[in-house]
Design a protein around this ligand. Structure first.
Ligand code: NI
Length: 250
């Protein structure tokens, strides 16, 4: 390599290093900005309010695919805490979620109550799903949503993942009235909230898409949980419980 070649190599290396360094902070903003490419945005970086839409217990082909279609039409990213038993045979849906910018997290293999398990049982429920998802998506760090939101110090100790609960819950499993669920979500959502729905009910898909449309009209931005952490400048810690990420708590 001659001198010029060395210089070029050095510049390329510096660019790659800088790119890697800033990726963590820049990517979420770009992801957010992509949502509104067609809409006029005054500042370069949106100031919020931000909310994270999260879905548990899927994927379920009939409902999850319709939800993904609806989110794609709106350019909105969500977070899916999936079940191992549901992932089996639906690996293509997991790949699609990932390709379309959604976050995928752990909701155990069989919807187990994690607080009643031994360490061995815990690892069977959580690590088997973690391994399944890594086989599909490659190595990465997954966040955990314990079924029923049930947590105790052992779960926190064994999690090996940030524990993500929620702050707004329309209890979409109890009655299937999508209008009531959307009203619940829209009337309660505040900056930094984590909204809970289940992508296994048609009514929940309807409620989610109506909520996206109505909250975006009010100026809300929909981000993944990871993006919400980045936007708040908070590093998610394994074993720590998070219910929402309001502004000003960094
Ligand atoms: Ni669940």
């Amino acid at each position: 390599m001659d001198r010029t070649g060395e210089k070029i190599a050095a510049v390329v290396l510096a660019a790659v290093l800088l790119g890697t360094l800033f990726m963590g902070t820049v990517l979420p903003y770009q992801a957010v900005r992509r949502q509104r490419d067609s809409a006029p945005v005054s500042g370069s970086v949106p100031q919020g309010p931000f909310v994270a839409l999260t879905f548990d217990d899927g994927p379920r082909t009939e409902t999850t695919v319709r939800l993904l279609d609806g989110l794609a039409q709106r350019g909105v990213h969500a977070t899916f805490f999936v079940l191992g038993v549901q992932v089996e045979g639906r690996e293509d849906i997991i790949r699609r979620m990932d390709a379309e910018g959604h976050q995928i997290g752990l909701h155990t293999a069989h919807h187990a109550k994690l607080t009643g398990l031994t360490a061995e049982g815990f690892y069977e429920e959580v690590d088997s799903l973690r391994t399944t998802l890594m086989d599909i998506l490659g190595e990465r760090h997954f966040m955990l949503r314990p079924p029923y939101g049930m947590v105790n110090p052992s779960v926190q100790q064994w999690a090996g993942a940030p524990i993500i609960l929620w702050s707004v819950d329309p209890q979409d499993w109890s009655d299937r009235d999508s209008a009531r669920q959307a009203e619940h979500l829209v009337s309660r959502a505040r900056d930094g909230d984590i909204l809970l729905l289940h992508d296994i009910y048609d009514s929940s898909v309807d409620a989610a898409l109506e909520t996206v449309d109505r909250l975006r009209e009010q100026g809300f931005w929909f981000v993944t949980v990871e993006e919400l952490f980045a936007l708040r400048g908070i590093k998610p810690e394994d074993g720590t419980i998070y219910r929402c990420l309001p502004p000003g708590n960094a």
